[in-house]
Design a protein around this ligand. Structure first.
Ligand code: GLU
Length: 546
């Protein structure tokens, strides 16, 4: 059979150049020894899973801490899954979480284009080469024929797929092939596998350690009938020509590893290092069992969730680092003020079984992270969130910068001995501060109406915004005394029958009247920030409504 001619007949792409051209076009990178070239290779489906960020972070750390390169490749060979605007979503969400690419789609670089759809020429060049070497062939099998084979294999409990005796088109004669082509029959190009499923090898996975891998014997499709490559074929060529040294990817790809090993071998490429990362898991709320974080069931599986809720990117990144490397938390405790990128991330410390995601732990990390921001940083962060996700009323909170900065200084405990850690997310912080902007509508008191009225009227009559903390508190005490509430707890303990309440109950009523809440930062300061008029109005408006 004239294989050169066959290659030209099967893949009539005039742009294809000799293979050496591609080796020269994409030369080896002049990098220091040990520098890693890693990548993120999402499909443009529009959905970004927390697992994507997890893997992105591992790849980012490996590249940047070794002085290497991180690039973004868009795997858009499956047109059916492609969603309009998805690349923007991928880029903006990764950028939000601090993943900076050195090269890639929409960023450019010497090794592009970084969209697989735009790299047809090089895939065709290599598919032709495999045909020339007798390592690939056309397959004309129809869907119906494939279905029959599948049925037969399943009835007879045989391994499914296109291999050995089931690979019917493997043995087509030259004549038959040209006849089919003449008849215009659609065809795909398949790898002529040289592997044997009875042969097993030990493979070193960077995360899982030594694993046993069975040789591939499947004649997998490398070019689909429209000439577009499959993921397997395209990624092998791309990883080679973008000079990728390390691939950290989800463990769902482990099953395809034998195919990839064979493809790299027949293509004459050196295999990069692989690390297959376990899926992120969670404890199911209903049955308490550990399961994979599900795109369908769990809103927190989507990266959009963290932006809508207003999680600080550094909080998410810090929490993911605790999942990625077991020794990170210890390091963080030791060096709380160091930027997390100074932590030496190590692939060997990644868990071999799935990382357990826990939203309440993320919330704790978030409190700590927000607890390190200045009032100005918190202002900017909340404003950024409100621009996209806030209501009109919430966006208006940011018009008086000085006012909100005063509020944040108080509510974050800035300048006090211990910082407050009430804020978890931008959304929750904005909601928490609503009483500084709107008079609370619902106020629930534990005291009866007459007592509440007496407290509020009594206090409003003497209150002045000029009062410092001690004067303010003396006035609260005076109200308590006027009502025969216990001011001195010792006296109460000596005479418990006459107990009607104490000073803190009085303060609570005032607090609820002013803020709607039973717990807030220092109430005297809150009232000063609100201003005398507004504070008094709140005290008295509640009296009218009783
Ligand atoms: N396109 C694949 C995905 O969507 C990438 C797999 C890989 O990283 O090799 O997950």
């Amino acid at each position: 059979m004239n294989l050169n001619q066959l290659a030209d007949a099967l893949i009539p792409d005039e742009n294809v150049k000799p293979l050496q051209y591609y080796e020269e076009k994409y030369p080896l990178r002049p990098l220091e020894k040990g520098a890693q070239v890693t990548r993120l290779a999402p499909s443009p489906t529009g959905f970004m899973h927390l697992g994507n960020l997890y893997v992105a972070l591992a790849n980012e750390r490996l590249a940047h801490q070794s002085g290497g390169v991180l690039y973004l490749r868009i795997e858009d060979t499956d047109q059916k899954r492609k969603v309009e605007g998805a690349v923007k979503v991928i880029q903006s969400s990764l950028k939000y979480f601090g993943i900076d690419f050195d090269e890639g789609a929409e960023i450019c670089g010497e090794y592009g284009p970084y969209y697989q759809q735009q790299r047809a020429e090089v895939y065709h060049a290599y598919a032709k080469e495999l045909i020339r070497q007798g390592l690939a062939y056309p397959c004309f099998c129809t869907e119906e024929e494939m279905g029959k084979t599948r049925e037969y294999q399943s009835e007879n409990k045989l391994l499914p797929g296109y291999y050995g005796e089931f690979a019917k088109c493997r043995s087509l004669s030259e004549e038959q092939i040209y006849e089919n082509l003449k008849a215009g029959k659609p065809y795909v190009i398949r790898l002529k596998s040289q592997g044997d499923v009875n042969v097993k090898h030990t493979f070193h996975d960077e995360i899982k350690g030594d694993i046993t891998v069975t040789e591939n014997n499947q004649d997998v499709v490398i070019l689909k009938s429209d000439g577009i490559p499959t993921y397997h074929f395209a990624h092998a060529i791309d990883d080679h020509f973008v000079r990728t040294t390390m691939v950290i990817r989800g463990e769902e790809w482990l099953a395809s590893l034998p195919i990839h090993i064979e493809l790299f071998k027949v293509l004459g490429f050196r295999l990069p290092k692989y690390g297959h990362n376990c899926s992120i898991q969670k404890i199911d709320e209903e049955d308490g069992a550990r399961r994979k974080l599900s795109k369908r069931k769990d809103p927190e599986a989507s990266l959009v969730f963290y932006r809508e809720q207003g999680y600080h990117p550094l909080a998410v990144k810090t929490y993911l680092m605790t999942l990625l490397n077991s020794n990170f938390e210890e390091w963080k405790l030791k060096f709380p003020d160091k930027p997390i990128d100074e932590f030496k991330y190590s692939i060997s410390k990644m868990g071999k079984s799935g990382a357990l995601f826990d939203l309440s732990k993320l919330n704790d990390v978030s409190k700590d992270v927000l607890g390190t921001l200045t009032a100005e940083e918190m202002f900017d962060f909340m404003q950024e969130w409100a621009k996209t996700y806030g209501t009109d009323a919430q966006r208006a909170y940011f018009t008086d910068r000085e006012y909100l900065l005063k509020i944040l200084t108080l509510c974050m405990g800035i300048g006090s001995k211990k910082r407050r850690k009430d804020f978890i997310t931008a959304k929750q912080a904005v909601e928490m501060l609503h009483y500084f902007f709107e008079t609370p509508t619902s106020r629930v008191y534990r005291q009866d109406g007459d007592t509440v009225k007496a407290i509020l009227e009594g206090f409003a009559a003497t209150y002045s915004a000029a009062d410092d903390n001690s004067v303010w508190f003396n006035k609260v005490k005076a109200v308590a005394e006027g009502l025969n509430f216990a001011v001195d707890m010792k006296a109460y303990k000596a005479n418990p029958e006459n107990y009607r309440g104490n000073v803190s109950d009085v303060a609570e009523v005032i607090r609820i009247a002013v803020t709607g809440l039973a717990n807030t930062p220092d109430l005297c300061t809150i009232m000063q920030i609100l201003g005398e008029q507004s504070a008094k109005e709140r005290l008295l408006s509640t009296v009218q409504s009783l």
